[in-house]
Design a protein around this ligand. Sequence first.
Ligand code: ZN
Length: 695
Amino acid sequence: MNKFERSPRARFIRLGASALLLLSWIGCFAQDSAPAPTTHGVVVANIDKSVKPGDDFFRYANGEWLNRTEIPPDRGSIGVFSALSDLASKRTSTLIEEAAKSNGPAGSNARKIADLYNSYMNEAAIEAKGVTPLQPLLKQIADIRDKKQLAYALGQSLRADVDALNNTNFHTQNLFGLWVAPGFNDSEHYNAYLLQGGLALPDREYYLGNSQHMQEVRTKYEAHISAMLKLAGFTDTDARAKRIVELEHSIAEKHLSLAENDDIHKANNTWTPADFTAKAPGLDWNEYFRGAGLTNQKSFIVWQPTAFTGESALVASAPLESWKDWLAFHTIEYYGGVLPKTFAEERFNFFGKTLTGTPQQRPRWQRGVQVVNQFLGDAVGEIYAQRYFSPKAKAEGQEMVANIIEAFRKRIDALTWMNPATKAEAKAKLDTLYVGIGYPDKWRDYAGYEVKPDDMFGNLQRASTFYYHYQVGRLGKQVDRKEWSMTPQTVNAVNLPLQNALNFPAAILQPPFFDPDAPAATNYGAIGSVIGHEISHTFDTEGSTFDSKGRLRNWWTPEDLKQFEESTNKLALQYDQYKPFPDLSLNGKQTLAENIADVAGVAAAFDGYRASLKGQAAPEANGFNGDQQFFIAYGQNWGSKTREASLRQQVTTDSHSPGEYRADTVRNIDAWYTAFDVKPGEKLYLAPQDRVRIW
Ligand SMILES: [Zn+2]
């Protein structure tokens, strides 16, 4: 939740309700061959000094960059995020290739990385085995004689492959998905959340939508199922494919929509094993939990009760043969990426070309890097962090966080509208907030994951059960609030509401966001404002849902909420005035939570920056004083260029304002007026009483 950029839901990137939009940040420094910038701090070459800061701060900070930058023909926009992402993947692939050559001792992480990567790259070995590795799994399915055995097999297929709040992935093609996380009502211990599943297509809309596009997708999907079954040696594949699509259509009818999934309060449903039989009859739940290895689990949190009732009833009502075909197809699909080329090509034709319009599959080595990142992410991350994130960077990052948290504490104390009990809880949340910088304190232990040379199929199978058993093994145990949900090589950041924690991976903590050799002013202005933005989310209307212990508990009083809404309304009206196009204004309500976080983030980061000076004057650089550097660095965070169609779509559907207006929100900060001597009559000028101060 609150990630800059949400991870793929199913196979799509979807920007989250409170994610900081990074997709359009400027990419002017990160060059693959020369990752270290030659200068530190604000990029003077990007500034357009012919523009008055008070008239158009965005263009002042970024104008020269805007003038000389073209959007590449295959993209809707250009920004720093994509460049940083390319850099991180390139570095990661180098590390993996080095490990692959290093001949590490048996059982070591280096050897595992090497064997996993090489087994994926050894296409000849994969071709030679053909579908042989798949056959025992298909035979088990073929041998299912009744619904009781089916229930056991469905239980065996359960994986910990969904994540409702951290990485926000609601999709699993298994009947249901397990998420192991701190409990809504018992945040001290890991609980078992169960989520709806069973669809191979990304979402129920693909089955239920009536547009011509969706109908075409379904026709091609049916052909794809038939082709996959045929490749695996099945006969009568058209008829089987038809039955599978019909079954998935029925499952889709029971599913909740993505928007409904986001409603946390509807998701807090505790069921005992007996409740499943009573509330969701049909599936033999005893057998299901036995197959899943969950017979000792006393309770579950069921995210979408109606889907469980509906899907369970379908297990009883739909023919056994349809379920067996469905199970066989999903098994083939799951392993499709590590089977001979014909399978991978068939899958790409459907999921790549048809579903996402991507004309070409990425080179195999890139997919290999992705596989290693997925199954041995911490093993790679540990090397990545060692090489690309210095102790100095970590210490500086932590000091920044401490100063920004302290700034928030003072701001909360000074609030006139919040009642004392709510203030106390807000400060308690700050006291217990864990902010991870760069990389975690502890690395995941891969001792239990056996990687064999030239056995990619087995390596995938074992990774899948290793990860599942790891998660199930944690149920009921004490929560480690310092555990990360992202690897250091990820260019992103995340807010983990149930842990009251934030993660800022090493791969985002690099220029232009963060540079240990840059002046404090620019680091606070750039990444400091981002950190402040994320902290603000932990106690805004959304953060008010989870208390200082990560429990699902609304700790705001109704009066606080009323007051908060009154002061934030002013900000919504301010954003309503922005018009990217004559016929299109921003929607101040739709973007409110993010706009609040931006104002709060930059305000707290500014205080933190001032505190970091400990009374000393900030050094000048390139003719700018410290405060000016702070605000320019913040403005340069947001420089971006977007095509009209993309920008229109963003304004219509996104909860984030376009970068230009995010940069211009400095008009709410008094210190900006002093820093640039902004006067009444200049376009961004707001009279002091019109500047919005929330925290
Ligand atoms: Zn946000």
